[in-house]
Structures are given as C-alpha cells and as structure tokens.
Design a protein around this ligand. Sequence first.
Ligand SMILES: NC(=O)c1ccc[n+]([C@@H]2O[C@H](COP(=O)([O-])OP(=O)(O)OC[C@H]3O[C@@H](n4cnc5c(N)ncnc54)[C@H](O)[C@@H]3O)[C@@H](O)[C@H]2O)c1
Length: 446
Amino acid sequence: MNNPTQPRITQATTRRDFLKTSTVAGGGVLLASLDVARFAHAAGNDVIKIALVGCGGRGTNAASMALQNAAHANVKLVAMADMFADHIEAKLDILNKRCAAQIDVPPERRFVGFDACQKAIDCGVDMVLLCTPPGFRPMQFEAAVKAGKHVFMEKPVAVDAPGYRRVKAVNEEAKKKNLMVAVGHHLRHGATHREVVKQIHDGLIGDLTYTRAYFNTSGIWNRERKPGMTEMEYQVLNWYHFVWLSGDHLVEQHVHGVDVCNWLAKDHPPVEAVGMGGRQVRIAKGIGELFDHFALQFTYAKGLRSFSECRHMPACWANCAHHAHGTKGFVNFDFADNATICLEGQEEKRVKHTGAEAHQAEMDDLFAALLAGKPYNEADVSADSTMTAILGRMAAYSGKLVKWDDAIASQLNLMPDRFALDAEPKSKPGPDGIYPCATPGVTKAL
Ligand SMILES: NC(=O)c1ccc[n+]([C@@H]2O[C@H](COP(=O)([O-])OP(=O)(O)OC[C@H]3O[C@@H](n4cnc5c(N)ncnc54)[C@H](O)[C@@H]3O)[C@@H](O)[C@H]2O)c1
C-alpha cells in the first residue's frame, strides 16, 4: 500500500527534482536516491537486478513472479543466497526451467551460510527478495536498507518484540531513503479483498461488530536431522518447528488472517489479547517446541473484538478463512480471494476473484510503483500485524491477558547470541530428546 505520509513523486518529476527530494528527505543518502531516481524514469529497457535470499518454496515462486511481473519485463535474477548449497542448486534448476532468459546466477553469485544474505546484497543488485525463516527478517531487512536496496520481504517480519521494534526503526530509514518495501501479505493485493474491504470500511455491513479468522490445517512438514548436523544446523533446516525461527504457527501462517482482521479494523492494532493453546498431537520426539492449537480473542479500541483460531492437527476440521460481521450483515472471505456478502433481507452475493492471482498482483503492484517512482511501503502495517500475532502468542503461552503496550515493550529476545553453525540456539531438547513447549500460567512469555 502506498504510504500516505510520504510525498508523492509523479512521473513528471524530473530526475534532478527527484534527486533533490530524495537527498533532502534522506539527509544526503545518495545510493538509494540514485537507484530510485533511475527507476522513476525507467524506460522499459532498464535492467532491474534482483537477489533471492532464502531459496525455498516461497522464495522460488516470489522470484519467478518478480521476473514475470506485469509492469516491467527487464528484471534479472543475478544472485541467490541460502544456508544450504543444495537448496540453491535445486531452486536454480526450477527457475531456469521457468524463465531461463532472465537468470544470470553464476557460481560466484551463489552464496551459502549466515553471511550469504549480506554477500548477495553487496553484489550490485537493486532489490532483494527476503524469503528466509522470519527470525532472520529484522537483521536481513536492516542489512538491505543500510545498503540502499529495495525490498520484497515475506511475512511475518519478526518473531519477537525486539525484532518488531527493529523492523519499525529500520523502516523509518527505508522511508527516508525512498526505498520500496513490499511485504508478502498477498491478500491485500487480491482484487476481491481490496474491493470488499473498502466497501466494508464504507459501511457495507453497517458498523463492524466483530471479526473471525481461521487457519486450521492438518500440519506442516518436518525435516529430519541428518548425521553430523550441529544443533544450530538442524534447527535452521527444520526452522518451522522452533519459535526463534518461525514465531510458532500463529505468527508464521495465521498472521495472514490476523492481518486481514487488523485491516478490517482500519489498521489500528488491538489493545489487548487473551488466548489459550497447547501441544496435544505434535508431541513426538524431535518435532520441536510449537503449540499445535491456539484460540484467541483480540480486543481493539472501542470494543471491537476479533476471534482467531489456528490448528495443526490431522483428521480435524480444516478451514482457512476470515469473516467480518456488522450490524447489517456479514462477509465471508477465503484464501483464493473470493467473498460472499450476506446482508439482512437480501440474497447472498458471491464476489469471485478476478485479475492476477494475489501473489502475482503484489509483485505487479511493487514493480509498477517502482517504475512510476511512487512511494511504496508496506512494512509498518505488516509489522503491526506480525506484532498482533506475537501478542496473541504471548497471551496463549503465558495464559494471561496481555496489553499491546506491554507486548511491544517486551525485552524477551529469542535470538541466539551469535550466528554460526557451532553456536548454541536458546531452544534445547530435554534429556528425553523432546523440546519443551510453553506452559500457560508458568511460562514468562514477554
Ligand atoms: N505469502 C505466502 O503466501 C507465503 C507462502 C509460503 C511461505 N511464505 C513465507 O516465506 C518464508 C519462507 O517460507 P518457505 O515455505 O519458502 O520455507 P522454505 O523452508 O521452503 O525456505 C526457506 C529457505 O530459507 C533458507 N534459509 C534459512 N536460513 C537462512 C539464512 N539465514 N539465510 C539465507 N537463507 C536461509 C532455508 O535453507 C530454505 O531454503 C516464510 O516467512 C513464510 O511465512 C509466505
């Protein structure tokens, strides 16, 4: 979404004017200004060089969608970074099959290890796609912005309150440098979500009384520990199962629905949360420290409430959807960007998704803004949605009512003291090989 607080730069703005604006706004930060100025006037033949950091399932799709965006044909993938060399090779094969002409990633621009992200940032790219586990997001976002790179980063953007504060602070720098910052909340780019949420804001269902969001699935993958792996290596490989890397599934996946509920509440995050959850099914040896179910209640200013559930359990009711309820009716939304509008006394109306698939639309919107030189920054609202999910996790882990102001001030830092394959993660298995999970009423969660 465009940031309304930023000065709008029109296509008519001259390169000289743009540089002046950028230099004044950015306190003399020239590198980013030059990049943006170039994009503000890019004829279709300017090459935009991108690096993919985190070569997994999502990163591969994000890279191909960036290369195939509808706004600018001349995008090239020139660098790839991952913790594991085989992940790069496997995904490079896939990308070469999809769009070989736009890929130029020779072995010297394939980077491996904890410093791979920095190396990719430093090899002459214009934009980085940050698609690593979310625990790394704040530091990688900081490195990209420091180097004056435009950013597409996946959701969630942090896993704890220190990470949230870091993203917010770094984003202030990104805005000063006129950098484009997109975040992978694709539903905000789905044509139906956009139109119907706007209509709800304009009174379609009367006053909003409550919202609901569900991310109930059978669960996710588990990557086995390989012989000789250090504990750090294993946790990074099997990242979803560790809170310092994924934030737990409430933060990792359910943040999509949480984000839509915040959006429905006009992007004012909740003031407090209560909730519960536990680990009932996912207890088998070695599967990490996450809960497998959560049920939450977020309260916004003026009493609006949002009820939220997420679950990782096979053979149970699977449902991923979100709903807005008002004084005159309600709307059901699904993840394929369809909606059903149910107004009192009227036949229900189905609004089917149209246009580009929402993940593609988010890339199309980013590149269109980049070429037009329009300010584009999704990090603040996305960070608030990430923090809302973290607030919910704090409430469920601790069993307490947690206030937003206390949550965002939390000093609980989940990150290890150093990043190296022989470093100790803070999460450790017990003597039985089982990683402990939070115990409501006992665990200090903020
Ligand atoms: N918006 C969406 O619809 C959507 C869908 C899927 C995933 N995602 C998000 O994308 C991110 C990645 O998810 P995924 O499913 O692709 O996971 P994945 O495990 O398939 O990929 C993550 C990759 O990052 C690599 N990695 C780990 N630590 C790294 C580091 N420090 N530096 C560089 N690379 C590192 C891993 O080795 C792996 O290859 C997550 O934040 C997830 O929430 C978003």
